[in-house]
Design a protein around this ligand. Structure first.
Ligand code: MG
Length: 249
């Protein structure tokens, strides 16, 4: 069942989204070569808690961090660790959620650390642009498949692999709600979008193949072929005036 939010709900979601977006922005400003992923996670954790919110991911399904921090060929769900150091030339995906007043925010970006390869730079540009292509398609009366197709078309036409096993999702009182928002699909198919729906669009895009596997830690998802992967995400609300991004800082 897809829930529709009232204007009061949306104001609360905007607050949760703003905190999530600001935590992500802070992560981007703080990230540097030599720091551990655990140190970056602590900066995010302390910011969210300092806002009076709760990190949505901490303890979710037993996840031990406040952010998922995934480096290079890691797609999603990287576990913050004292042992993992960020290096010059890495691309680092930071996925952050915050909960306040009973509602969640959820947003992600992939950051370049220092000077990265042209291949990495292009991947980040294409993945971020595909997020906005998806958001642009999220109009009242359109369908989820229109959003999915817009993301897929943008990336596949440029030769990239679109991860299929993980996808975007409704968001609100729960971190993950209906509907699922795949990054591939048929235009004109799926749930019809109505005003007040809120969901996350989150392309996970690989330089080469779409295949992924999960590491033995039970969390970290990596590309099967070892190619680089990027991930950008916003939570949005469907409104009569077009999609509104809830996770803008
Ligand atoms: Mg998400």
């Amino acid at each position: 069942m897809v829930s529709v939010k009232s204007s009061t709900d949306l104001a609360k979601m905007r607050e949760a989204g703003r905190i999530s977006g600001r935590a992500l922005k802070l992560a981007g400003e703080s990230i540097k070569a030599g720091m551990t992923t655990k140190a970056l996670d602590k900066i995010i954790h302390d910011y969210i808690v300092g806002c009076g919110a709760k990190p949505s991911f901490l303890g979710y399904g037993g996840f031990p961090g406040s952010a998922c921090i995934s480096i290079n060929d890691e797609v999603i769900h990287g576990i913050p660790s004292h042992k993992r150091r960020i290096a010059e030339g890495d691309i680092v995906s930071v996925d952050v959620g915050a909960c306040i007043n009973g509602f969640h925010g959820d947003t992600c970006a992939t950051f370049a650390v220092g000077k990265v390869s042209d291949e990495a730079k292009k991947l980040l540009e294409v993945t971020e642009a595909s997020l906005y292509e998806g958001i642009k398609a999220a109009q009242v009366g359109a369908r989820i498949g229109d959003v999915s197709h817009a993301v897929e078309e943008y990336c596949v036409s440029r030769g990239y692999g679109v991860v299929r096993q993980y996808c975007g999702h409704g968001i609100g009182r729960e971190l993950h709600e209906s509907p699922e928002v795949p990054n591939y699909g048929k235009a004109g198919h799926g749930v019809r979008l109505v005003s007040g729906m809120t969901f996350c669009v989150e392309p996970m895009i690989n330089v080469k193949g779409e295949g992924i596997r999960v590491l033995n830690d039970g969390w970290t998802v990596v590309t099967k072929d070892g190619s680089l992967s990027a991930h950008f995400e916003h939570a949005i609300a469907i409104t009569p005036n077009g999609p509104v991004i809830l996770t803008e800082p």
